[in-house]
Design a protein around this ligand. Structure first.
Ligand SMILES: Nc1ncnc2c1ncn2[C@@H]1O[C@H](COP(=O)(O)OP(=O)(O)OP(=O)(O)O)[C@@H](O)[C@H]1O
Ligand SMILES: [Mg+2]
Length: 286
């Protein structure tokens, strides 16, 4: 992962200058994104490169632009400038569903499950789309035949329900589940299409420490078993620092640091962005 390191003089990053070997190991290249809402500059010159099979985290204080960046990467927002490349293919102008079909999957900052449906049925929706608005606006894919549906059930039970330890609740209504389990169902749904890259927006927000530890274990498990590339947004610094291979820091829509967890933790600009002072190391900026 190269993240925001090695900017050129203008603080910009040009993927064309990366050696061919770097392009081969990068699953996602996000280059020099500019995104504004009216007068509000949500992202300025943001570049993030996620290496295949690695966990890359995007951190930063509230309003730093993290979710906006995910919305640009997944095609929900169209930036004024910049480029998004997935596994070597320029996907900058593709719609969200086309990006999903190419192997991009995400979870959302707020729980987006369908009440009145079982855990298994909620997970199955991930096969139709992983758009927030759900199956009705999927815009692609025909209803599944019964045989396809049975095969899908079988695949989910074999590959995902066990991996995420959801066996005991798979037939329960999602709204009856504890919060931590609901977030796990969202992760399961995001995995149905066997994504090349998984974008997780605050997967442990609102969880207790036990639930956070479990979620970290599951994210690591997915990476280990499927070699999935993970891009993680999280305020929980203990999770970020313990599972990330690389960390990119945004503040007020701009990249201010990147590196391995130890480098980022000790970076005075990062400490200042979180605490307003460079006197203390970053501990848990949740
Ligand atoms: N659809 C939108 N319309 C207008 N402004 C927006 C929109 N989406 C995001 N913004 C603005 O962009 C900035 C970055 O917001 P964003 O949600 O990306 O931050 P964040 O880093 O995810 O914050 P948090 O940690 O609180 O989730 C904020 O000023 C926000 O108000
Ligand atoms: Mg956010």
């Amino acid at each position: 992962m190269t993240g925001t390191d090695s900017p050129d003089k203008g603080g910009r990053h040009d993927i064309r200058r990366l050696p061919a070997s770097a392009a081969r190991i990068l699953m996602l290249q996000v280059d020099d994104i500019q995104l504004a809402f009216g007068g509000v500059k949500a992202l300025s010159g943001v570049s993030v490169h996620a290496e295949k099979g690695k966990i890359t985290s995007v951190i930063g204080p509230n309003g730093a632009g993290k979710t906006s960046l995910f919305n640009v990467i997944s095609g929900f927002y169209t930036p004024q400038a910049g480029r998004v490349t997935l596994d070597g293919e320029d996907i900058s102008v593709m719609k969200p569903h086309a990006r999903a079909y190419r192997g991009m999957s995400r979870t959302f900052q707020n729980i987006a499950l369908f009440h009145g449906m079982s855990v298994l049925d909620n997970i199955k929706l991930g096969a139709h789309t992983n758009l927030k608005s759900g199956i009705l606006s999927a815009g692609f894919g025909l209803p599944l035949t019964r045989r396809e549906e049975r095969e899908l059930d079988r695949d989910i039970q074999r590959d995902i329900v066990g991996l995420l330890e959801l066996d005991h609740v798979q037939h329960h209504y999602v709204e009856d589940l504890a919060y931590g389990l609901q977030k796990r169902v969202e992760l399961a749904r995001a995995l149905v299409m066997k994504p090349k890259i998984l974008l997780l927006d605050e997967p442990v927000a609102g969880m207790n420490s036990e639930e956070k530890r479990e979620m970290s274990r599951f994210v690591l498990g997915v990476r280990k078993d499927w070699n999935t590339t993970v891009l993680l947004i999280e305020h929980d610094m203990s999770m970020v620092m313990s599972i990330s291979d690389h960390v990119v820091v945004l503040s007020f829509g701009k990249p201010i640091a990147s590196g391995n967890p130890d480098q980022v933790r000790a970076n005075p600009d990062v400490i200042k962005a979180y605490l307003g002072t460079a006197d203390e190391p970053v501990q848990n900026a949740a």
